[in-house]
Structures are given as structure tokens and as C-alpha cells.
Design a protein. Structure first.
Length: 406
């Protein structure tokens, strides 16, 4: 690993400093593909609810890298299980894991032919600045980074570090999202997690003395999902986004020329190959400009949905109690002069913060007992056992224009 002449540091509200010692890490941070993540909100439309949730996938990705770097340096026994190449590859995987993410979190995938993981791998392995940077360092590096992100890497520890039940990705976004939403739900003791983490039989484990910290982490995930990530107002904005892209796609399929003024979306509407340059061009600034143009479009549905998005004229929401209720609301939407195909949305969310199941290592958190025995978390924690065997909480809501309130 080629070292920088002098360590680079970046101030960070979660980790105090992000430390960079390696030339290839610094070059990757400055690559245009990574800089694009400055223009993608980490929490998609959640800033419509929590007005300070303006943080980006850029800052989150730096945070994931920093936790991975610290794990390598601070987790007892870990560095000895990783080659120098492994260490570099996993730090880069932490840094670049969200490289292909589109605007507004997952709602954009309504018109995207592939998911963001596909585009992340495409950017890493084919013609791009980031690909050239990695190849210059080592010809096998792009595929190694992609394999770690894609759960295919030969050393399972690398995948566990960035994509397990207790990984750098989750640990950073819980702390970062809690901080920027001004909530306390996502807080847990990262320092103690790192201090009690060990390696046993090529698995990351937590010492028995750290079990209460892991319980706090599990509960932090639970509360963040229901209080922040699944907030109904945020879901209302996502419903509008999805319906805007739904209408846009329907119009393009009927007549590509009908949306000729919104060419920023065209690569994703064609259902053909989306190039690395197309991915690079698509950020939230491009999306918002597209919404602004769409407000002047002659199609009244598209223009109305665009105005609602820009002016936060969101859909109303209500818990679904019966199918008869759904039909009544749809009927009322039609009586109001709206097409339910674009002005009605059903969203179901369910979540358990920890769901272990047999046969998949990455779905488990392991506890190292004082006698050297390794046990799965729910076997050691009464709290987690209750979560695992409890009911799977579900929230099913419908979204529709406020003008059509029943």
C-alpha cells in the first residue's frame, strides 16, 4: 500500500476525524464518481420531515470507511487475519459501497432498470475514473472490492466488516442519522463495541462483557426504523416520487417524444444499458431540475405531481383496516377528478431489528463467552430472544391527495 507523505484528516461530527493514510484511498475520495455522492441525500426524502437531515451519502461513506479502518487497527486479532491486500480492499469497499446509489434513496429504482448495487459494481469494474484508480494500485483491486460488497470475497471477515448484522455500514448510519435528525433513538456505544469485538474461527464476535452494548445497538435500530426511516410523511413523499416516475415511464412507453424535455431521465426510461456516464450525470440536482421542468409539462398529471413534490404538497395517509376501505378511498379519488393509478399508493413496512436464521452467517451476531464458547446472540440475551420470537411489527398505510379526504 502506497502511503501518503502526510496523513490527511477531515473533521466529522460522528467520528471527530476521518483519517486517510493511503494514496489510493485519497485518490478514490477525489474521484468524480465518489464526489457525486455529495449530491445524494443519505436519507432520501427524510429531510421533508426532519429538516436538518441534509447529510449526504458522501459523508456516510467516509464514516463507514473510518469504522472499517478502526476495526483493522483496534479489533484484537483482526489484522492478523487479513493480508495487506485484504486490508486495502475492505477499506475501499467500506468507502465505495454506495457508489451506484441514485437520487432520493430507493424510490428512484422505480424507473431504474437495475438496482444501485448493480451500478456500484459496474462503476468499479468497467470504464470509470474510480476503476482506473483501483487498477493503477493493483490489477485485481476493482474485482476484490466488488466481491466484498457483493458477498463473494474469499475471506469472510471482509464481508462481515461492511455487510453483516453488526457492521461498519449500519453502525455509521445509525449514529449519523440520529445526529442529523436531531433524535436520540440511534445512539449506542460505538467505542465499547470496538473494544469488545474479537475474531474467533474467522468470525467477528463480541465478548460476553459487551452484550449490553449490542442490545442497545439492536434497540437503536428498532427505534430508528419506526421513528425515522418509516415515518409516514417521508413515505408520503416517496409515494409521490414513485407515482411521478410511474407516470413518466408510462408516457415514455406510449410516446418517447412526449417527455423529450426531460432528457435527464431518458437513459433510465429506455430499459437498455445505463452507462457509467449516465449514472454520473444523475444526481438529486438533475432530478429536481427535471421536476421543475415537469411543472410546465402539458400533461396535467405529470405537472401536478411535480408541483406537489417541489412544494411539499404531500399525500394524506391512513392506516388500512380493510379492502373495502381501499375501494371506498379509490372511489372517492375518482369523484375528486383524480386517476387512482397515479394518485393512490399502498405501502407496507415491516421490520425486526434482528432476525437470525439458520444457514446464513451474515444474519447472526456471535457472543464469545468467558469460557471460550461461541453462542448466537439470542441464546445469550433475554431482550434479543424476546425480539426474535415476538410478533413481526407491520404498518400498512394508503396514501392519497388531501383534497380527497374521506
Amino acid at each position: 500500500m502506497k502511503r501518503l507523505d502526510e496523513r490527511k484528516v477531515m473533521r466529522d461530527p460522528i467520528h471527530e476525524y476521518i483519517h486517510v493514510d493511503n494514496d489510493v484511498i485519497w485518490a478514490s475520495i477525489n474521484a468524480p464518481e465518489f464526489q457525486r455522492l455529495r449530491r445524494i441525500h443519505q436519507l432520501g426524502p427524510t429531510y421533508m420531515v426532519y429538516h436538518t437531515a441534509e447529510h449526504s451519502r458522501f459523508s456516510h461513506s467516509l464514516g463507514v470507511y473510518e469504522i472499517v479502518r478502526r476495526m483493522i487497527d483496534e479489533v484484537k486479532g483482526l489484522k492478523e487475519q487479513l493480508t495487506e491486500f485484504d486490508q486495502l480492499a475492505v477499506m475501499l469497499a467500506g468507502l465505495l459501497h454506495d457508489l451506484g446509489h441514485g437520487p432520493f434513496s430507493h424510490a428512484f429504482e422505480w424507473i431504474s432498470p437495475k438496482n444501485h448495487e448493480f451500478y456500484t459494481e459496474q462503476l468499479l469494474k468497467s470504464d470509470s475514473v474510480i476503476h482506473e484508480i483501483l487498477v493503477k494500485e493493483h490489477p485485481d483491486l476493482p474485482h476484490a472490492v466488488a466481491d466484498i460488497i457483493g458477498h463473494r470475497y474469499h475471506n469472510p471477515l471482509c464481508t462481515q466488516m461492511i455487510s453483516g448484522q453488526l457492521d461498519a455500514d449500519r453502525m455509521d448510519y445509525l449514529l449519523r442519522d440520529a445526529y442529523f435528525t436531531g433524535t436520540s433513538y440511534g445512539q449506542f456505544d460505538l467505542e465499547r463495541v470496538l473494544r469488545t469485538m474479537r475474531v474467533k474461527e474467522r468470525r467477528l464476535v463480541i465478548k460476553e462483557s459487551g452484550i449490553h452494548t449490542v442490545e442497545d445497538y439492536i434497540m437503536a435500530r428498532y427505534h430508528m426504523y419506526w421513528q425515522v426511516y418509516y415515518h409516514p410523511v417521508s413515505r408520503s413523499f416517496e409515494a409521490l416520487l414513485s407515482q411521478f416516475f410511474h407516470r413518466l415511464k408510462d408516457m415514455y412507453q406510449q410516446s418517447p417524444l412526449s417527455v423529450d424535455s426531460l432528457r435527464m431521465f431518458e437513459p433510465y426510461l429506455k430499459n437498455s444499458e445505463v452507462t457509467n456516464q449516465d449514472v454520473q450525470n444523475m444526481d438529486e440536482a438533475a432530478c429536481l431540475y427535471g421536476f421543475m421542468l415537469a411543472t410546465h409539462h402539458p400533461d396535467t398529471i405529470l405537472s401536478d405531481l411535480a408541483k406537489r413534490l417541489l412544494n411539499r404538497h404531500l399525500f394524506e395517509y391512513k392506516d388500512i383496516e380493510s379492502e373495502e376501505q381501499i375501494q371506498q378511498v379509490k372511489k372517492n379519488i375518482e369523484l375528486c377528478g383524480f386517476d387512482p393509478s397515479y394518485y393512490f399508493w399502498v405501502d407496507t413496512q415491516r421490520q425486526k431489528p434482528y432476525q437470525p436464521y439458520q444457514g446464513k452467517e451474515s444474519s447472526l451476531i456471535w457472543i464469545l463467552r468467558n469460557n471460550g464458547e461461541v453462542k448466537e446472540l439470542s441464546e445469550m440475551s433475554v431482550i434479543v430472544k424476546a425480539i426474535v420470537h415476538g410478533e413481526n411489527k407491520q404498518d400498512r398505510k394508503m396514501f392519497y391527495p388531501k383534497e380527497c379526504e374521506v
